[in-house]
Design a protein around this ligand. Structure first.
Ligand code: TGC
Ligand code: FAD
Length: 390
């Protein structure tokens, strides 16, 4: 099939460096070649396509901004965003795998780990030889992770970990999991749990209608003996996992632009070709309204993400600014997917086109990494000083 173009209505490319464009184009080419042709079948079969792991590593999707000395790509935040955009043009589930590996597994090991931990884990995670997962959410604690009950006790030469995490991306095949748990004083710490540790299991969650090409599951800990050297020593408290989320949410604010662009491209092309009542449906005002609003919203989202990327590069982006971009851009993408799907009529519900898959995927994206409502309340707290969570 004729694969995507990239709408750039406000010449945003002129604001990118040559390096940004090279990195973006390499990711785009790889997605066209290695993801788009296989992703529909993977989603229909509800299987994560493991064959794409080396390709993800090659385009720098595992640890784009992690320094090269640890195997990362050593790129800036805008490059990270552009890579996420191109991957999610293919599929949000594939982008999820990259987000988790980079921002939720490599980032905490890099930022909160010691040198020994960085050297042990980061290079293997960067090549995809080891895949990681991130365990924060629990069956009874989703939006409110502070209430978590997963805990560890100091047993002298090791920790004893007990509890369970639910809705964990990559869990069924992960080699390592960064797990957030409370110590005996109730303080939250990150622990690196490795597959093979006795009492650690990762059952898969089946029957999802969303992110079907991404494997989701549980992390269950029954008296797991975790070596003391696996505790991330340099940061504790809820702020530690929330710091990782800031990085992943930022990547999502770019990623979903890719999904929206793919829906828009597809709907525009279809509308020009599909003839009803003697003219292409693109000639009808109602269809033009949909397309005009889509490109307007994509353009606004691009500018928001780019400015946020500049702030991140300068170390100035606040968590509340990141929440605003995640919330706005995911909402933009899901609305575009819903409108674009209607524009394809009956064809829109089939796997011949990517739109319905994007639409269903985005139902997860609007829920994970902080729901639409939670991000609104973060903005509300930031502008009023009143905390609606407490
Ligand atoms: P609160 O009292 O506000 O804060 C506790 C401590 O954390 C600090 N903090 C942050 N630090 C870094 N980054 C942030 N974004 C931070 N937000 C807060 C804060 O300063 C404080 O530090 P200290 O030193 O004073 O202790 O915490 P709260 O319990 O009231 O909760 C606030 C709330 C609701 C915003 C937070 O719990 C939240 O964001 N909830 C949503 C949960 C969530 O997003 N879960 C995501 C799980 S991972 C996932 O979904 C992966 S999907 C796969 C993929 O990415 O593709
Ligand atoms: P709940 O917190 O129970 O929320 C239910 C509803 O109540 C939501 O609409 C919410 O907005 C609303 N609500 C909650 N609190 C408030 C409030 N104070 N005010 C107003 N409304 C409120 N987690 C991980 O740790 N790691 C992962 O890798 C991961 N991957 C995921 C992959 C998928 C496919 C999915 C679906 C989820 C994943 N998650 C992961 C979990 C995700 O982060 C949670 O689902 C999300 O944080 C919401 O938690 P919950 O599902 O328990 O919903």
């Amino acid at each position: 099939p004729d694969l995507f173009e990239a709408p750039d209505y406000y010449n945003i490319d002129d604001l990118l460096t040559e390096e940004h464009k090279l990195i973006r184009d390499a990711a785009r080419d790889w997605v066209k070649r290695d993801v788009s042709p296989i992703i529909e079948e993977a989603a229909q079969d509800a299987k994560f396509p493991k064959s794409i792991i080396p390709g993800l590593a090659e385009i720098g999707a595992f640890g784009p901004y992690i320094p090269e000395e640890y195997g990362g790509a050593g790129l800036d935040q805008i490059s990270y965003g552009l890579i996420m955009q191109e991957i999610e043009r293919g599929d949000s589930g594939v982008r999820s795998t990259a987000s988790v590996q980079s921002s939720l597994v490599m980032y905490p090991i890099w930022k909160y780990g010691n040198e020994e931990q960085r050297k042990k884990y980061l290079p293997k995670l960067a090549t995809g030889e080891w895949m990681g997962s991130f365990g924060l959410t629990e069956p009874d604690h989703g939006s409110n992770p502070a209430g978590m009950v997963t805990n560890f006790k100091d047993k002298g030469d090791h920790y004893l970990l007990n509890g369970a995490k639910l809705w964990i991306s990559n869990s069924p095949f992960c080699d390592v999991a960064v797990v957030w748990a409370k110590n005996e004083e109730g303080r939250i710490h990150g622990l690196v749990v490795e597959r093979g540790m006795e009492g650690f299991t990762t059952p898969e969650t089946h029957n999802k209608w969303s992110l079907r090409a991404s494997a989701t599951g549980e992390l269950i800990f029954q008296d797991v003996k975790v070596p003391k050297g696996n505790l991330l020593p340099n940061k504790s408290g809820l702020g530690a996992p929330l710091g990782c989320l800031d990085s992943a949410r930022y990547g999502i604010s770019w990623g979903v632009i890719g999904a929206a662009m793919d829906c828009y491209d597809t709907a525009l092309r279809y509308a020009k070709e599909r003839v009803q009542f003697g003219k292409p449906i693109a000639a009808f005002q109602l269809q033009q309204k949909k397309l005009a609003e889509m490109i307007t919203e994509i353009t606004k989202a691009q500018l928001l993400a780019l400015r946020l990327g500049q702030l991140k590069n300068e170390g100035k982006a606040t968590s509340a600014q990141i929440s605003m971009a995640k919330r706005n851009n995911v909402d933009m993408a899901i609305k575009i997917a819903r409108e674009a799907r209607q524009m394809l009529g009956g064809m829109g519900i089939t796997g011949e086109y990517s739109i319905m898959r994007h639409m269903m995927n985005l139902e997860s994206v609007i829920t994970y990494e902080g729901t639409h409502d939670i991000h609104l309340l973060i903005t509300g707290l930031d502008i009023t000083g009143e905390n609606a969570f407490k």
